[in-house]
Design a protein around this ligand. Structure first.
Ligand code: AR6
Length: 176
């Protein structure tokens, strides 16, 4: 599913983000940037050890912020590592932090003059964010950003599994 936001494209696809050829892919990391399971594990496994070496040098990343490394053996040029909130019922500022992961990732991409960025469904795995709530926040945040910043031509959400894809697609239909 694809929609146009001014001159930019917002795209939803079902798939494995490690295979993406966008300028950057976003990693749902932890604050120690230490690697882990889920999409984080998949990115480090596919990208090779140079990414974790760069992460070690950076040292860490607070929740809601983002850092950038090169992408080792991946097809993307960069990996933007961002740290989503752990879902604790929704009353602990999680929405603000989840919104911030998307804004900070896109700001980093803009500052590096990147044209295309792929996001996973940040916080919806190990960190327990309900997918429909997370989809609403992720999509509205990216749409708002693209309305204000014409430099990024493509933002895709690469969603792991049919169910997550369908929930994102339903939210996007509601919003647009
Ligand atoms: N491509 C795209 N999406 C994927 C892939 C993939 N290859 N693999 C998993 N997903 P999670 P979080 C989806 O748990 O909730 C790690 O251990 C997955 O199905 O990866 O932000 C970190 O080190 C889900 O929809 O990230 C942190 O400790 C989404 O990616 C912690 O998990 C996010 O799930 C972060 O938890």
């Amino acid at each position: 599913m694809e929609v146009k936001i001014n001159n930019s494209t917002l795209s939803l696809v079902e798939g494995d983000i490690t295979k993406e050829e966008t300028d950057a892919i976003v990693n749902a990391a932890n604050s120690r940037l230490a690697g882990g399971g889920g999409v984080d594990g998949a990115i480090h496994h596919a990208g090779g050890p140079s990414i974790i070496e760069e992460c070690r040098k950076i040292g860490g990343c607070p929740t809601g912020q983002a850092v950038i490394t090169t992408a080792g053996n991946l097809r993307a040029k960069y990996v933007i590592h961002t740290v989503g909130p752990v879902y604790q019922g929704g009353t602990k500022g999680e929405a603000t932090l989840l919104r911030s992961t998307h804004v900070e990732s896109l700001k980093l991409a803009s500052s590096k003059k990147l044209k295309s960025v792929a996001f996973p469904a940040i916080s919806t795995g190990v960190y327990g964010y309900p997918v429909d709530e997370a989809a609403h926040i992720a999509l509205t945040t990216v749409i708002d950003y693209l309305k204000e910043h014409a430099d990024i031509e493509l933002v895709s959400f690469v969603l792991f599994g049919r169910k997550t894809y369908e929930i994102f697609a339903e939210e996007l239909r509601k919003i647009t």
